[in-house]
Design a protein around this ligand. Sequence first.
Ligand code: DX5
Ligand code: ZN
Length: 216
Amino acid sequence: MPAPLLAPSLLAGDHANLAGSAAEAAAAGASWLHLDIMDGHFVPNLTFGPGTAAALRKHTPLFLDTHLMLDNPGDYVEPFARAGSDLISVHIEPAYDHAAVLARIRSLGKQNGLVLNPGTPVAAIEPLLAQVDLVLLMTVQPGFGGQSFRHDVLPKIEQVARARRERGLAFRIEVDGGVDAATAPLCRAAGADTFVAGTAFFRATDRVAFRRSIEG
Ligand code: DX5
Ligand code: ZN
């Protein structure tokens, strides 16, 4: 199982000072930074595009974990790869050639990730597990930060962890949404190793202690 990692989500940072918020994540000792890219269609919210990611790239050394919440992610993997994303994850729910887009991300020299919403069964991603670097299980309905953790996703984390073990695979298992000091240990016990936290990270009074509580 990969070593546990915290990925602070910039969604809960200062959108007029993203570089400053990235620096706060680095100052807490984080090595990853989670970027939420929303299209106002797959999810009912908008954030920012590859131009902003490229500008941010010049200000932070952190590993850019880029979560595309888009109906047409295939059109954007190349722009985000060029912008300096290190990992690009795409949702299983929209209709497009998932295998081709996952392969394209790797051919651009980046890690890939496959994301599923709380209501999407693990069976939907099972045929693609051998082709991914990370599986992201949403623990809220995507679109907004600050929502409550969905406990009904815990059995799905266990299911993905079991599939990883049984098939001898090494992808990361990431959780995103409502992850805090209380819910992260539940995810960890279920088999998650990569923890996105927006609200809980940026609101923590001691961010180093918060990171350590997750990374051990
Ligand atoms: C939600 C995003 C999350 C968001 C999580 O659609 O994918 O990454 O930042 O926010 P918190 O940690 O506040 O639930
Ligand atoms: Zn996210």
